[in-house]
Design a protein around this ligand. Structure first.
Ligand SMILES: [Zn+2]
Ligand SMILES: [Zn+2]
Length: 99
């Protein structure tokens, strides 16, 4: 429930604002969705920065056929397998594992 700070009447939700049913005072909703969007943006930026500092090699992307990808060595947790190389296409960000 939202009440008007001016006349204390009940405010009604309307799109992304609340509008007072009596005097017409408008107040912006505190949208949780906006906060989530900002967090996603930050994570995306961090991922892109990480990709930038990874070593790059000339290899053909199986998805877009771009010929450069960054790579990282990663060991699968809890397995006896040796480290395997993962490639990330510098163009379309497609990630695949070396055979
Ligand atoms: Zn009001
Ligand atoms: Zn690609």
């Amino acid at each position: 429930m939202m009440f008007c700070p001016k006349c204390k009447s009940l405010m009604l939700p309307k799109e992304d604002i609340f509008v007072c049913s009596k005097c017409g005072y408008e107040k912006k909703k505190k949208g949780k969705a906006v906060v989530v969007e900002k967090q996603v943006e930050k994570e995306t930026v961090i991922l892109e920065k990480k990709i930038d500092i990874l070593p790059k090699t000339r290899i053909k992307c199986p998805k877009c056929e771009h010929n450069e990808a960054s790579w990282i060595l990663r060991q699968m947790r809890g397995s006896d397998e040796p480290e395997s190389r993962f490639y990330t296409c510098t163009k379309c960000k497609h990630t695949w594992r070396e055979d």
